[in-house]
Each structure stands twice: as C-alpha cells, then as structure tokens.
Design a protein around this ligand. Structure first.
Ligand code: C2E
Ligand code: CA
Ligand code: CA
Length: 768
C-alpha cells in the first residue's frame, strides 16, 4: 500500500513544479533581454516573480493538501470496496513482506472469523496457520516461484480458521516487488476457501469412479434424450464409444422388438413422472439385440428443476436365457422337446377356460405306442429314444403346430385339440394319426420301424369338466382301444370305466333288491367268557342279487349309504331282526339279545327311536334284548346330532354298542359322554393278537378302558384258541367270531344256541 501511496505523492509534486516553471520562464527571458538601465523594473519583476512564486507555492501546497485528502478518501473507499468484494467472495487477500517477514491478511472474515485484519509473522504463519502436513509442499511451491521457476504461486492446502478448524484453501500469488539485484521483497495474492468445492469434487471423483467401475451401463441424457455422457460399461454393453454417442439421440439403441409406440410410451412416462423402470430390448452397435433391465430417473439441478435423466442399463439377456432354460426344463420333455405333463395340464386348463367362454369343445387324445416295450428291448434304449423322437415329430406334424402335443412319459403322448366342432371331426383327426403311423418310422440309417398307436379320446364338456378327469378318461378309452385289438381309437363312454360301471350296475340292482326280497339276515352268536353262555347274536345282512349273485355287505353297504338306500334297507333289517327275536323267544330263548347294525344315516334321520318303540309295541319284544351297533367314527363325526338320538334310544331301554372300536377316534372323552353300554373291539386287532404286540397292547388297553367306563367289552373276529386265551387273560367280557360260530341263518343259529353247552366249547367248522 505504501508503495502505491508514495507513487501518487511524487507525481503530484512533479506536476506542480513543471506547471510553475512553465509560467515563470518567459518572464525571466524577457527581463534579461531588456538591459541594465532598468534597475527598478528588474526589482519589480523580481518582486512580482517572488509574489507569483509565493502564490504558486501556496497553490501547490493547497492542491497537494486537497489531493492528499481526496487520495486518502479514495484509497479508503477502494480498500472498503476491496474488503466488500473479498467478503462477498469469501476470498482473502494476503501481502507478504519478505524482508520484514510479516504477513498482512485482508478480508479473511470467512477464513479467519471476525477481526479480519491480521498481521502475523511468517514464523507464526508457518507454525500455527498452516496444516503441518501441507507445509512442506506449500514451502516448496513458494520457493519454486520465488526463484523464478513458476510464473505464479498456486497451492491447495489447509489453514486454520478463527474457530480453530482446518479449512481447505486455494492460494494464488506473485512476487510484486524485487530489489535492484532481483531478490524478491514482497509477494501478494489471494486465498479462497475451497472446502465445499473440494468435498464436492471428491464426491464427484468417487461418483465418477463408481460409474467407471459399474458393470451396469450408465448414461446421462439431456431432456431431449441426447447422450451427455456414458460410462465404460455402456460402451462395453452397447459397443458404442463415448465419442460416438455424445450428442446422439438415445433412439440410437431402440430395437425392432418393440414398436415405436412402446418407446414413445416409455419416454412419455419418463417425462411425466421423472421415472421409468422395466425390461426393454435394446440394439447394440453391431445390430445384435439384448434385453436390458432399465431404470431411468430424472436429475434436478440446484434450483430443483429437472436438468437431465440418468439411465442405468443392466444386460439381463443371459439371466433371462437361464430363466427360460429353467422354465423349459420344468415344462418340456428333454428327449422330444414336447411339453411335459405339467405344461400340458396348464394348457389344457386354459383351453377349457376358453372353451367354456366360447361354448366350444376340447378334445384330449391319449396315445400309447403299441408294443413299444418289445421294440425298446430288442433294439436297445438308444434306438428306443430315437423312435420316441420320430414318433413325436410325426405326431406333431400330423396334428399341426397350433395344437398341443405333449409327452407324458414313456411311450405316452397327449394331444389337445381346441375348437372342436363335432365328435366326427375328432374321429377324423384320430384316423389321420393312425394313417400317419402306418408309414414306418426311421430309427437310424439301417432301421425303419413299424409301430402303431392306440388312441383314447375324451371331450370337454361331454365327458368331464376338469383336466385331470379328461386325462383319466382318455386314458381309460385308450385301454379300451388296446382291448379292441390295438392300432385303433376309442371315444370314452361311462361304461368303460370298470369301477364306475360296476358301481352303477350294483346300485341299479340294489334299488330293486328290497322289492325283490333279495335280502336276508344271518346271525352270529357271541359268548360270555366268564361262564361260556351264549349271550346273544349279531344280525348281519346278506344280499343275493338275481343278476349279480352274492354281493358282500362290504361292497353294497357303502353304496347303500351313499345312495340313501340304507334307510329303507335298515328299516327292513330292524323289522326282520325283531321278528327273529320274537320267534326265538317263542322257542324259549328269553336270555338272548339281538344286535343290529345301524347306519349313522338312520340315526341322523331322527325317527329311529320312534320306529323301534313301534316295533317293540307291535311285536311285544323287550327293549333290553335289543342292542344297536353304531360305528365309532360315524358317531364321533356327528356327535352333536347323534347323541340326542342315542339318549332317546337309551330311554327306551335298549342297549347301545360302539362297533369297530379302535379304528377311529377312540376318544375317551367323547366315549364318556355317549350313552353306551358296549364296546366291540374291531376284528382287525383281534386277528393279530398273539402275533402283533401293538395289537395286544391296544386290545388290553381298550378292555381296561371300557371296564373303567363300566362298559361291556366284546371282541369280534375271534378265530383261534390262543386269541381266546389272551382275551380271557385280559378280562374281556364276550367274544364273537369263527372260533365260536360263523354267521348262520336263523334256523341253524337257533339250533346252535339250543344245543350249546357251556363248558363243552367246540367250534363248528366254518362254512365261510
Ligand atoms: P361288522 O359289524 O364289524 O360285522 C362283523 C363282520 O365280521 C361281519 O362281516 C362278519 O361276517 C365278520 N366276521 C365274523 N366273525 C369273523 C371272524 O372270526 N373272522 C373274520 N375275518 N370275520 C368275521 P360281514 O357280515 O361281511 O359284514 C361286514 C360289515 O357290514 C359289518 O361289519 C357291518 O359294518 C356291515 N353290516 C352288515 N350288516 C349290516 C346291516 O344290517 N346294517 C348295516 N348298517 N351294516 C351292516
Ligand atoms: Ca357289527
Ligand atoms: Ca365290527
């Protein structure tokens, strides 16, 4: 500053003297020229000159004074401006007097806090102000400048601010004064706080590094979708270098896999919402297309206005391919490449949905190669595989590409035909397939093989409504085709299904059985183990059908229950059993009880108590000689509804037995609540007594449990002396079974009971 001030002063004085001389010089010249006679005149001239000089000097001094005051004001003003500018910019001005070793800093409010003017020694600056780590570097740079190696001094380093924190500054300066020998006297410059800039810079560098190392392609595009910058992965994935794409429209990558409309929509969404993510096909520089998972987001500037978009592109072609391969493996047969069972059911399901909507038909053709096993065995598996492949190809070629041909495994194929107009149309297709297979299949160069198929056909909605049934029925029909001599087709009809056909015929006969009097009852005696007495019999139903012959109750009882026929049949059984009881009592068998099996349907109908009361009244038989047998599981499943009826029956004085005990719930809690008298251990457990320790344990437990509930325990199905021995040991109350007697018709049973001698137990040979 001083230098500047001195310079101003010197020039002002020089100017004033020059002006004075310019005025005075002509006067002197004139006086000298006028000669010696004019002494007064000379005095006058000299006086005038002195006066003039005095005035001039006064003026100069005044001007100088004026100038000085205005200069000071000007300087102050400039200093003020500089200060303001420094304050506004946050920069610091520094002035280093090298000779004095002092540093003067101005405008360092931001850096140094309040009290911005600070003069400090170079030594203080070195030890306190600058970061020790940065000092050597700063000194080196200063040295390089001072000796003239650099035009300017420029350094980035940390200095301590007024709060004692380290802040990064960029300092620039120059030597401004040198002595005559060129040694620097002063250096001045500015320092700027770049902490924020440096942080941002570092972040930018990190971000850039991240972008560079990212495996995803990243592109920054402007609002007109032109590339601004891309990362190396972008070039790797798309094949375009950065220079090639910058300025280009991102349309460059659009692939023909999507319509222009698609890309327009994407850009539309991006423009509206600032974001778009999804799968998109893109085209590389070499024209190859790749599937990208793309995420595009807007970037906003400091003012919050959208400035760019950033697109991140992940090449998922391989991932997708792997996914597709997996899906392929899960859905296709690897040998023939045809859909497998799982894809078939899916497609069949969809075909049915369509057919239902459009009210059309779907046909399922089940194809099995005739005697494939023989060929496979004689030619070998490799040839067998080739044969299957050839068969698959021929089948698909015959059916056409639009219909599904699947391989279910082995030599079984399925064809799904949609939009089937009529059954003859399906038959036509079946015949075409048969014709196609009349030509030999080429297994290899040397072998042609003749193989025929058998076809079964089922139709939606004619035969079934769901895929599984359609497949099952077409399979049934295929077997029928085989039975018809192979190399033919059969359309499913209900009579084909052996099981359902049998059930249907049995049911039809069963409906007529009552009217035709085809039922009869047989009676199986039971014996008390304590004294060998015959305590009663169990009435068991028999059906001899005119058409079907003898049908066991295990077959027709479930059918009768399903169809509800058990109700009239059960009525008949009860009536018949009561008649027998009455008749036997007429023969003096007053101690004999009769057990009748009742179905849960009879219990649920609710009028069973009333019915039995009527029978008792009409026939005059005692209620306490009637025992109803109900199965455990049936009662348990309907405990709420049946308990009431059982209580009613109990009130009549008849006894109740739980049949087949052990096979169902065997819940002691429930058993306690039921109004029962007797437990019948199922013959399943008795049969394995003395062989299976588990069954022994169950039997023993049931006996103990039954006794603890005060129940009479009967073991049914007793066939051997050993079983009898075990049951006696366990304290079982009664036994029933072939050991004692098979079920007998009423006359023979009556004879059996009458001839029975307790103690002389002898088993009658079983007619069963
Ligand atoms: P259930 O009530 O458990 O009848 C006992 C079954 O065991 C009878 O079969 C009987 O002939 C058979 N049996 C008797 N002693 C032995 C033996 O020592 N060893 C073997 N292996 N079996 C023996 P059945 O007569 O074929 O009756 C089968 C089932 O049909 C009965 O089982 C019962 O649940 C039901 N049933 C029979 N008649 C009627 C009826 O009139 N109404 C109802 N609702 N069901 C009946
Ligand atoms: Ca029974
Ligand atoms: Ca039983």
């Amino acid at each position: 500053m001083a230098l500047w001030r001195n310079h101003v002063k010197a020039s002002a004085v020089r100017g004033a003297v020059a002006a004075t001389l310019a005025v005075v010089s002509p006067g002197i010249a004139w006086a000298q020229a006028s000669g010696p006679s004019s002494g007064f005149l000379l005095q006058l001239v000299l006086f005038t000159i002195a006066l003039l000089l005095g005035w001039l000097l006064w003026r100069v001094r005044r001007e100088r004074l004026q100038q000085e005051t205005s200069l000071v004001a000007e300087i102050r003003e400039r200093e003020e401006r500089l200060n303001l500018a420094l304050w506004g910019s946050g920069d610091e001005f520094w002035d280093w007097n090298i000779r004095d070793n002092t540093l003067y800093r101005l405008g360092a409010n931001q850096l140094l806090g309040q009290g911005s003017r600070e003069e400090l020694t170079t030594e203080d600056w070195r030890t306190q102000s600058i970061h020790p780590e940065d000092l050597p570097r700063v000194q080196k740079l200063l040295q390089e400048h001072i000796v003239g190696h650099t035009d300017v001094f420029e350094s980035e380093h940390r200095i301590r601010n007024a709060r004692g924190e380290w802040v990064w500054v960029r300092s620039r300066g120059k030597v401004v004064e040198r002595d005559a020998s060129g040694s620097p006297l002063r250096m001045a410059g500015t320092a700027r706080d770049i902490t924020v800039i440096r942080r941002a810079e570092r972040e930018r560098r990190v971000a850039l590094e991240v972008l560079r190392s990212m495996s995803e392609a990243v592109a920054v595009i402007d609002l007109d979708f032109r590339f601004i910058s891309v990362n190396p992965a972008f070039s790797r994935i798309t094949g375009y270098s950065e220079e090639e794409v910058i300025g280009q429209n991102s349309r460059l990558l659009d692939s023909s896999q999507h319509s222009a409309e698609f890309y327009r929509r994407v850009r539309d969404v991006l423009e509206r919402t600032g974001h778009w993510a999804g799968e998109m096909w893109q085209k590389r520089k070499d024209g190859e297309e790749f599937l990208g998972w793309i995420e595009m987001s807007e970037v906003r500037d400091a003012m919050g206005l959208r400035s760019h978009f950033v697109a991140v592109v992940n090449d998922i072609t391989d991932k997708k391919r792997a996914e597709q391969e997996l899906r392929y493996l899960a859905n296709y047969d690897t040998l023939t490449g045809l859909p497998n069972r799982s894809l078939l059911s899916e497609r069949l399901g969809r075909a049915i949905v369509r057919a239902r909507r459009q009210e059309t038909r779907v046909a399922v053709l089940f194809l099995d190669l005739d005697r494939f096993k023989d060929i496979n065995d004689s030619l070998g598996h490799a040839a067998g595989d080739r044969l299957l492949k050839a068969a698959a190809t021929r089948l698909q070629a015959t059916v056409g590409a639009s219909d599904t041909v699947a391989r279910l495994g082995g030599d079984e194929f399925t064809v799904v035909l949609e939009d089937v107009e009529s059954i003859p149309a399906v038959e036509r297709m079946a015949r075409e397939i048969l014709t196609a297979f009349s030509m030999p299949l080429e297994v290899d160069e040397r072998h042609d093989v003749n193989i025929t198929p058998s076809l079964g056909i089922s139709l939606y909605p004619d035969h079934a409504l769901v895929p599984t049934d359609l497949l099952k029925f077409s399979d049934t029909a295929m077997y029928q085709a085989k039975a018809e001599g192979r190399n033919t087709y059969q359309i499913y009809n209900e009579t084909m299904d052996a099981e359902s056909r049998r059930r249907a015929t049995v049911l039809a006969s069963l409906r007529k059985a009552l009217d035709r009097g085809e039922f009869r009852l047989v009676y199986q005696p039971r014996m008390a183990l304590a004294d060998g007495r015959i305590t009663g019999v169990e009435a068991l139903l028999r059906w001899h059908s005119a058409e079907l012959g003898e049908i066991p109750p295990t077959v027709f009882i479930p059918l009768a229950e399903e169809s509800g026929l058990i109700l009239p049949i059960g009525d008949w059984v009860l009536g018949e059993a009561m008649q027998t009881l009455k008749r036997w009592r007429g023969h003096g068998l007053n101690e004999i009880s009769i057990g009748v099996n009742v179905s849960v349907l009879q219990l649920l109908r609710g009028n069973l108590p009333e019915q039995i009361r009527n029978l008792i009244r009409d026939l005059g038989v005692p209620a306490n000689r009637i025992e109803l047998e109900v199965t455990e599981s049936m009662v348990m499943q309907n405990a709420e509804q049946t308990t009431h009826v059982l209580n009613e029956l109990r009130k009549l004085g008849i006894t109740l037995a739980i049949d087949d005990f052990g096979t169902g719930y065997s819940s002691l809690v429930y058993l306690k609540r039921l109004p029962i008298d007797t437990l019948k251990i199922d013959k399943e457990f008795i049969g394995d007594l003395t062989r299976d320790p588990d069954d022994e344990a169950i039997t023993a437990t049931v006996i103990t449990m039954g006794h603890s509930l005060g129940l009479n325990v009967i073991a049914e199905g007793v066939e051997s002396e050993q079983q009898l021995g075990y049951l006696r040991e366990q304290g079982c109350d009664e036994i029933q079974g072939f050991w004692l007697s098979p079920p007998l018709d009423s006359h023979r049973c009556l004879a059996f009971i009458r001839s029975w001698q307790p103690g002389t137990v002898a088993a009658i040979p079983s007619p069963y």
